[in-house]
Design a protein around this ligand. Structure first.
Ligand code: UDP
Length: 238
């Protein structure tokens, strides 16, 4: 029921790694389908959903540069990797009966639409799930920054970052059992404490444009819907 829903428009950031499941490369169709189902669930509940997908399950410019490749070439490959992931998600969403559109920050018109802000907003208003691919379209950025940017551009009222842990901790809880979990933080605290949530460019963009960020565990079924209804799942950064 739309009346139960707290947010009108959500921008969801999924890392490329989120799509790989237990594998160490590529896309696990089971994971892709589960995520697609959850996205459709909130869209049908009345939320307009934009998604930014990373590419780290295929290529990362930084890693390619460490192995000797030119950084800009590596970043271009990373951005193309995000397009592949977005196409896979578009396919999964459409197979499940939803309408989805991949919009790329770099022109690949035979494959998908360009990102045009007004058109993106139109897709969202029409109930299409907009998949924003190719990051910001520029090397030396990340898809976290792209997610912050797109969230602000399309006027999302929440930026959601899907992770494998249930919020933001003072240290990596998988390595440090004494790590403290936060329910709420400010952006300034995230930057000052150097908490590894998103890169500083993304955090600063969110802070300066006053968009709330929620970091949550995508491994728990139903979390997306709970968040859409306003339940305090994960950590809120404002
Ligand atoms: N990338 C880029 N510009 C952007 C976004 C991404 O050059 O605006 C490249 C960069 O090489 C990055 C790769 O695409 O490593 C994949 O994105 P990211 O590492 O953010 O993916 P994730 O970690 O979310 O899977």
């Amino acid at each position: 029921m739309p009346s139960e829903i707290k947010y009108k428009r959500i921008l969801l950031k999924l890392s490329g790694e989120a799509l790989m499941g237990e594998a160490d490369y590529g896309i696990d169709p089971k994971v892709l389908n589960r995520l697609a189902r959850e996205i459709i669930e909130i869209q049908r509940a009345g939320v307009q959903v934009g998604v930014v997908i990373g590419g780290g399950n295929i290529f990362r410019g930084e890693g390619l540069a460490k192995a000797g490749m030119d950084r800009v070439t590596g970043d271009n490959m990373g951005m193309l990797a995000t397009v592949m992931n977005a196409l896979a998600m578009q396919d999964a969403l459409e197979k499940l009966g939803a309408y989805a559109r991949v919009m790329s920050a770099i022109k690949i018109n035979e494959v998908c639409e360009d990102f045009i802000r007004r058109r993106a907003i139109r897709h969202l208003e029409k109930g299409r799930i907009a998949l924003f691919a190719a990051g910001t379209g520029n090397p030396f950025f990340t898809t976290d920054s792209a997610a912050a940017l797109r969230a602000i551009e399309v006027g999302a009222d929440l930026l959601l970052k899907a992770t494998k842990v249930d919020g933001i901790y003072s240290a990596d809880p998988k390595k440090d059992p004494s790590a403290e979990r936060y329910d709420k933080l400010t952006y300034t605290e995230v930057i000052q404490r150097n908490l590894q949530v998103m890169d500083t460019t993304a955090i600063a963009l969110c802070r300066d444009n006053k968009i709330p960020l929620r970091v949550y565990d995508m491994g728990v079924a139903g979390n997306l819907l709970r968040i859409a209804k306003g339940e305090p799942v994960g950590t809120l950064v404002t």
